[in-house]
Design a protein around this ligand. Structure first.
Ligand code: G4P
Length: 539
């Protein structure tokens, strides 16, 4: 392996910020970008007035709704490291988008609102992190507000997120009485000056909790309280072990206020020091190291072009090994053909620019005319495929009806392309005559309707169906499967790979069937397909 490839890999940190909506993900992202010199102005990540390539929102509809529907990538440099933030939509209806993005990161920063504690969406996202053993750093935000007592918050984190935590900083008071944080590792005091937003933290070096400066800075009472808290923490949590963090067994915790740019630099400094650089990744045949000379990567996100007049799409490629080079042929494993990309681009700071060379951990935007799907692998010729971009069982189902018979073709094409982007899942019934769209939230239907109209000129109507779960069904007994499908025709449809799917009306009905028909296996994600492929490639 060349030294320069190794150096580039060591420099990279590719991560996602996850949170429940309103916890402060956007604010924190902005502040992180400020440190990297990515943007000059607070508010730039959200504002529609700024050049649209700096924002997390790609589509007009997103700006209208003020929800970050799409995942985008923001790259900046800090402390000699190249940091790629993969943005994740906060809205729960787009959770599946976030799950997919988590397959392309090496670590995660989880933002918690100190007032609200652990919220529902956070629990779900952490489940995915745990499943994939993604290392997590927690940032407890909004310490300038009267929040839950920090020790209670630690317990709540451990209980609800099912992970051990280890505070690396500790707050001194909160709300109006918030004085700052004490860095438990470096034994520094960071003083909070209310109202001085976007001014850097004032850092005071003290020799330890006995240092008289501590009292003079934060007052006798606060110093006493801090000393007690720190003794308690050191006793209860033990040493922080970086390897345990890397194995996703323990999550270090920081406190601060993103809005006041407080505690953000401290978080960032620890992040660049301990967060992993690009990790090895599993394919259907072997584990691939980032350091391998040969290029490989996978597509984790597809996005419609910003300009609706152009049908091409942007596919987001995560480079996993070797280097991705502009104009060089790459092998598209699923299609078994070579493709050349002449205008790949990166997302450096505020600009979107053509990139000649990308390294493991980098995300490259590829213009695509319809060759790429989510989960596709590109390599230097090796026929392996990256694993782990599952489709989850949708929860809301509507039947799609065409309102303009002259535009049937456009509707057909549109819905196929939109579902390939991962916006929703498409199922067909009655030999393709009926189309059922399944999603995890209801907002997608509005997005689909809007985009079919604006990008494809097709108008449609959605009619609610009374299903609440879709499970892929398999069986080792083909006759039993055929019988099941015939007997329950009304509840059966087929997915994009023509695999049968059972639609359940409710949880009870599904559980009943699972119990009563042991010959059929019900799958909540389509990950079983990967396993099937694994078995056939082995045997
Ligand atoms: P999200 O991306 O996770 O959804 O959250 P976002 O950053 O948009 O923050 C949600 C709200 O919380 C915003 O207020 C933001 O200003 C506020 N906020 C973020 N960090 C802090 C903090 O450290 N302290 C306090 N007190 N508030 C914080 P908003 O009124 O909803 O929006 P805006 O008009 O301020 O943008």
């Amino acid at each position: 392996m060349s030294n320069s490839l190794q150096d580039e890999i060591t420099k990279r940190r590719t991560f996602g910020i996850i949170s429940h909506p309103d916890a402060g993900k956007t604010t924190l992202t902005e502040k992180l970008l400020l440190y990297g010199g990515g943007i000059r102005e607070a508010g730039a990540v959200k504002s529609s007035k700024i050049d649209r390539t700096t924002t997390s929102d790609f589509m007009e509809i997103e700006r209208q709704r003020g929800i970050s529907v799409a995942t985008s990538v923001m790259t900046f440099e800090y402390g000699g490291k190249i940091i790629n933030i993969l943005d994740t939509p906060g809205h729960k209806d787009f959770a599946e988008d976030t799950y997919r993005t988590l397959t392309a990161v090496d670590s995660v920063i989880l933002v918690i609102d100190s007032v609200k504690g652990v919220e529902e969406q956070t629990e779900k996202l952490m489940q995915v992190c745990r499943m994939r053993a993604i290392p997590v750093i927690v940032f407890v935000n909004k310490m300038d507000r009267e929040g839950k007592p920090p020790l209670d918050l630690m317990d709540e984190l451990e209980e609800k997120l099912d992970i051990r935590v280890r505070p690396l900083s500790w707050p001194i008071g909160m709300g109006n009485r918030f004085k700052g944080v004490f860095n438990l590792v470096q034994q520094n005091l960071f003083l909070f000056r209310p109202g001085k937003s976007t001014i850097e933290d004032e850092r005071i070096l003290i020799s330890g909790l006995e240092d008289l400066q501590l009292q003079s800075q934060i007052g006798e009472d606060s110093a006493l309280r801090l000393t007690e808290d720190v003794q308690l923490i050191e006793g209860a949590y033990g040493e922080f072990n970086v390897e345990e963090y890397e194995r996703a067994e323990v999550a270090p915790v920081f406190f601060g206020s993103a809005l006041n740019n407080f505690g953000v630099r401290e978080l960032l400094e620890t992040f660049v020091t301990i967060a992993p650089s690009p990790l090895p990744r599993q394919t259907d045949t072997r584990l691939v190291d980032a350091e391998e000379e040969k290029f490989s990567g996978f597509i984790f996100k597809i996005h419609a072009n910003l300009d609706p007049r152009h049908r091409d799409r942007i596919a987001f490629l995560r480079v996993c090994s070797g280097t991705f080079e502009r104009n060089k042929m790459v092998y598209h494993v699923r299609l078994g053909k070579n493709i050349r990309y002449t205008n790949p681009y990166s997302f450096m700071a505020a600009r979107k620019e053509v990139v000649d060379l990308a390294y493991p951990g980098d995300v490259v935007g590829l213009f695509d005319k319809g060759d790429l799907k989510i989960g596709d692998t590109l390599t230097d010729g090796d026929p392996m495929m990256y694993q782990g971009i599952p489709s989850f069982s949708p929860e809301v189902f509507k039947e799609l009806t065409n309102l303009d018979p002259l535009k049937a073709k456009q509707l057909d094409k549109g819905i196929r392309q939109l579902t390939e982007e991962g916006l929703a899942q498409l199922f067909v019934k009655d030999l393709g005559r009926r189309k059922i769209v399944g999603t995890v939230g209801t907002l997608q239907f509005e997005v689909i309707q809007y985009r079919l109209q604006h990008e494809y000129g097709a108008s449609c109507r959605f009619e609610a169906l009374h299903f609440s779960r879709a499970c892929w069904i398999t069986s080792s007994d083909k006759t039993a499967l055929d019988h099941f499908i015939r007997f329950r025709e009304g509840n059966i449809a087929y997915d994009k790979d023509e695999e049968p799917v059972y639609f359940a009306e409710n949880e009870w009905q599904l559980n009943y069937l699972i119990r009563e028909t042991p010959s059929i296996t019900f799958h909540m994600t389509n990950e079983y397909k990967l396993k099937k492929k694994e078995v056939s490639s082995k045997g």
